[in-house]
Design a protein around this ligand. Structure first.
Ligand code: NI
Length: 184
């Protein structure tokens, strides 16, 4: 099922997500719907917050630009080796960044702010721990675009949007642009 995506400046995007207590069927259905919604919108990441579900769940499918994926897969049975298949869906439940370093500026966009892109500085190397869609713990080491995307999506779970990092002037211009296009 394709879910409606909240659009900036909707206040619900500012909601802090809660921890998932159990990865039950309800959560699994939500994950499935989130993937469907993300693929239907040609997105590379989607946080539950964006579909008005305030739980710590993120889905992602970032193209592998080579070496971005270094799955440590500590507790996963099927060890995936590089290169990954064309589609590499990743689901993070209760994600936590345990290591971060390096800086990189990347142009970012967001399904909640369609048609708008801006440069944001992020860590370019992170290690993240999370549960997968089956409730199993895994650790992922991510670089470059994948690392950037994870930080962007985890921000959503805290009610933070990438435009929050821009200057007040740029934020004001964006709001004016949105107001104008809403009128037309
Ligand atoms: Ni986003």
């Amino acid at each position: 099922m394709i879910l409606p995506i909240l659009k900036f400046p909707d206040k619900r995007l500012r909601t802090k997500a809660n921890k998932v207590e159990t990865v039950d069927n309800e959560i699994k259905t939500m994950v499935k719907n989130m993937f469907e919604t993300m693929y239907a919108s040609d997105g590379i990441g989607l946080a539950a917050t964006q579909v008005d579900q305030h739980l710590r769940v993120v889905v992602m499918d970032v193209p592998d630009s080579g070496g971005d994926y270094q799955l440590l897969l500590k507790n996963r049975e099927n060890k995936r080796s590089k290169p990954l298949a064309e589609k590499h869906p990743l689901c993070f439940i209760n994600p936590m960044i345990t290591q971060k370093d390096g800086k990189e500026t990347h142009s970012e966009g967001c399904l909640s702010i369609p048609g708008y892109y801006a440069e944001v500085e992020r860590f370019n190397h992170i290690v993240i721990e999370a549960l997968d869609e089956n409730g199993k713990t895994f650790t992922l080491e991510a670089h470059n675009l994948l690392a950037v995307c994870i930080q962007h999506e985890l921000d959503h779970l805290q009610g933070i949007l990438f435009v929050d990092y821009l200057s007040k002037l740029k934020q004001k211009r964006l709001l004016e642009k949105i107001k104008k296009s809403d009128k037309s």
